[in-house]
Design a protein around this ligand. Sequence first.
Ligand SMILES: C[S@@+](CC[C@H](N)C(=O)[O-])C[C@H]1O[C@@H](n2cnc3c(N)ncnc32)[C@H](O)[C@@H]1O
Length: 201
Amino acid sequence: MKDRYSFVAPYYDFLVKLVFGNDLKDLKTWFITNLNKKKILIIGGGDGMDYREFQSDLKGEYWELSEAMLSKAQKNLAQSKLTFHLGDFKSNPDNQFDEIWLHFVLDTFPDLELGLFLSELRKSMKPSSTIYLTDFFNPQSPFHRVIHATMLAYFRMLTKHQRTDVPDYEIAFQKAGFQKLDEIRKRKGWIRAQLWESAAN
Ligand SMILES: C[S@@+](CC[C@H](N)C(=O)[O-])C[C@H]1O[C@@H](n2cnc3c(N)ncnc32)[C@H](O)[C@@H]1O
């Protein structure tokens, strides 16, 4: 499979920090608790830069579609107890996780696939497990709209990103049987971190 992030991977973290400072890292780490007691599944984790400081407490699985990103993550998180995998994660009821991190990856799915993906993930979760999502939501100011459109154009050109919009995460998670536990917002709600759990709880 073609590595769509091979061109972006070497300077992805630099660009993110240039545009957003530490905002994305803050949101991706906001809800982290009791890490040393949890088995974590990270899908589309990118270069793993933002998890370096607490990597010794990280155990579980790290899945990436990009060989370039995965190779950077393996170096950045070499002291973690994560196992690293190239390709599509497949849910398996015999391999369950306490928390699943889905940061800035779900917008790579068309709506129908997103729903199926989230429903499938439930097989990898215990009743007490949570999904930790950080992502862009609809921009709330003209300035944010311009940056958002520029980013989309950039990713569409370099990574063959397919969507021209932001998925409706609230609807997608609710339809897949989840309820929201908590949320934190930055930049007027344009960027949010959310915790989701099974609605059956
Ligand atoms: C925009 S980057 C975000 C990286 C990282 N999560 C972050 O917060 O900076 C999206 C990443 O998701 C990966 N990706 C996209 N779809 C994926 C999938 N189905 N499974 C695993 N990785 C995926 C891409 O290769 C890319 O590294």
